[in-house]
Every structure is written in structure tokens, then in C-alpha cells.
Design a protein around this ligand. Structure first.
Ligand code: AMP
Length: 281
């Protein structure tokens, strides 16, 4: 695996690969890799000549400075995992390499997608995501970039970014990887206390039950039902539960008016914020 820390070296290497007509699949990550990340890398490798992964804890997408400070960093282990799945290129830039001395986001208009769900609770988060994804796509110029549906709103926003800026890349969304007990894999899971880790699978259990009830109850009733379930779990604090159309990310007037919708959830387990979602139809 080739490891680069600077844009210049990475670009020079990739230019040669493009000259040789190699296709590039790109997976951006913040490191502390798990099976969910590796599934994206395997896919990138399977469908392209080269799999390129970035590890960069992007400061501008954190609305909570403690979360940024405590974000798990396991670079040596990440490198071994990436080697084990045949990753070709790893890009690990410093913050200075990406932002120089101006650690600020560009401001984006994602046609309102940025104001829903996560956008309501994480000020500036999607400006940070837009800034870093646009920068990486411009540096790497991949044929395809892979994103997990774990961050479904992010996936839709990245699709919008590419469309609005005419960036010549295909964006692919991939399934959510879960622990055996159903908890969606996340780098932040490593920071859960034993008690919070034990209760955290309740999030996905509730999503699955909500899916079963979907259709029998209307959206308002279902939301009330979910809120009631979380009241019974004092270790988990529900931030939001929303049913939204996959395209607009807005709650449909009624179930029939949306072709495909999903339930989205954000929950605090102590000071660790967990998100998850499930397709409803
Ligand atoms: P992150 O390192 O959290 O920024 O995530 C990097 C990429 O991995 C994003 O596209 C995420 O959506 C994706 N990802 C994170 N967790 C999972 C998971 N449990 N299953 C599938 N993809 C995931």
C-alpha cells in the first residue's frame, strides 16, 4: 500500500495511474476503521483498478470540540486493516496540508437537504462535510466514491454536491454494517461505557419495531410511540426520530405521498451521540 501525506505526492502518483488508464474507487474516512469502512474499501477494490482511502479527522465538520478532541485515532491498526483488504493507496494529510492556516468551511446550498435532521442539531456540520468532500474529490478525481448509508443524509448531500458542482464522479451508497447485536458500527462505539454499550442495541431494535408498525400507525403516532419507548431507557436520550422521504429528507404529508421513505434516529448514550436509520418502503 502506498501512503501519502501530501497532495502533491498523491496527485503525482495518481496522474501516472490515470495515464495508465487505471480506474479509481475512493473511500473517504475519519479513521478508527471497522468492518463498515472495510466493506466500502472492498467494494472500491472489486469495482475499480485502484482503491484509494483517506483518513482525515476533519475539524470543520465537528460542531462539538470535545467530540473532535476525543475522536478515536488508531492509525497503525487502520494501516494493517487496509493492507488486509488490498487497499492500494492511503492518503493521510495533516490539517495544515488541507486547510493551511484557514480552518474554515465553505458555505453550501444543498437545496434544503442541509436543514433537515442532522442539520438542525449539528450547526455547520454539512458545510464542513461539503468542504472536505469537495476538496478530496478535486485532489483525487476518482471515477467512483463510496459512502455508507449509515450516514444517509450525508450520502444524499454528497450526491447533491456533485450534481451542483458538476464534479465528474459517480457516488455510490452502500449498506449499513452492524455488530451481532444490531448496533450500527461506528468509530464512536469504542468510546461507549460498558453500561451504554449494553443498552445501545435498543436503538436498532426500536427502529425494527417501528418498521413493523409502519403503515398500521400514522407517522405522528409512530413518532409518539418511539418517544415513549426511549422514556423507558434512562441511559439513552432520544434527540430525534424522524420519518422522511429518501430524496427530499422531509417528512411526507402522508405515507402514500412518498415513494421510498426511511426512519432516522439520533440518540445520546452518555455524551456519545449515535445515529442510525432504516428503510421503510
Ligand atoms: P466516517 O469515518 O465515520 O467518516 O465514515 C466513513 C465512511 O464510512 C462514510 O461513508 C460512512 O457512512 C461509512 N460508514 C461508517 N459506519 C458505517 C457502517 N456501520 N456501515 C457502513 N458504512 C459505514
Amino acid at each position: 500500500m502506498n501512503i501519502f501525506n501530501t497532495k502533491l505526492e498523491l496527485k503525482a502518483f495518481l496522474a501516472e495511474q490515470k495515464e495508465a488508464r487505471k480506474s479509481i474507487g475512493f473511500v473517504p474516512t475519519m479513521g478508527a476503521l471497522h468492518e463498515g469502512h472495510l466493506s466500502l474499501v472492498k467494494r472500491a477494490k472489486k469495482k475499480n483498478d485502484l482503491a484509494v482511502v483517506s483518513i482525515f479527522v476533519n475539524p470543520t465538520q465537528f460542531d462539538n470540540s470535545e467530540d473532535l478532541k476525543k475522536y478515536p485515532q488508531t492509525l497503525e491498526n487502520d494501516k494493517q486493516l487496509l493492507e488486509s483488504v488490498g487497499c492500494d493507496v492511503l492518503f493521510v494529510p495533516t490539517v495544515k496540508e488541507i486547510y493551511d492556516n484557514n480552518i474554515n468551511s465553505e458555505k453550501f446550498d444543498f437545496d434544503g437537504l442541509e436543514h433537515e435532521m442532522e442539520g438542525k442539531f449539528r450547526e455547520g456540520h454539512f458545510d464542513g462535510v461539503g468542504t472536505i468532500v469537495k476538496a478530496f474529490l478535486e485532489i483525487i478525481m476518482p471515477d467512483v466514491a463510496y459512502f455508507g448509508k449509515k450516514d444517509f443524509q450525508q450520502l444524499q448531500i454528497v450526491k447533491k454536491l456533485v450534481e451542483k458542482y458538476n464534479i465528474p464522479v459517480e457516488i455510490k451508497g452502500r449498506p449499513i454494517f452492524r455488530e451481532d447485536d444490531g448496533l450500527a458500527m461506528s468509530s464512536r462505539n469504542a468510546r461507549l461505557t460498558k453500561e451504554h454499550r449494553e443498552v445501545a442495541p435498543f436503538i436498532y431494535k426500536t427502529l425494527k419495531k417501528a418498521k413493523k408498525k409502519f403503515g398500521a400507525k400514522n407517522i405522528e403516532e409512530l413518532t409518539k410511540w418511539v418517544k415513549k419507548q426511549f422514556k423507558k431507557k434512562p441511559l439513552l436520550e432520544l434527540e430525534y426520530f424522524t420519518i422522511a422521504d429518501e430524496k427530499t429528507l422531509k417528512t411526507p404529508e402522508n405515507i402514500e405521498s412518498s415513494k421510498s421513505c426511511r426512519a432516522f434516529i439520533a440518540v445520546f448514550a452518555g455524551d456519545i451521540r449515535l445515529i442510525d436509520n432504516i428503510g421503510l418502503k
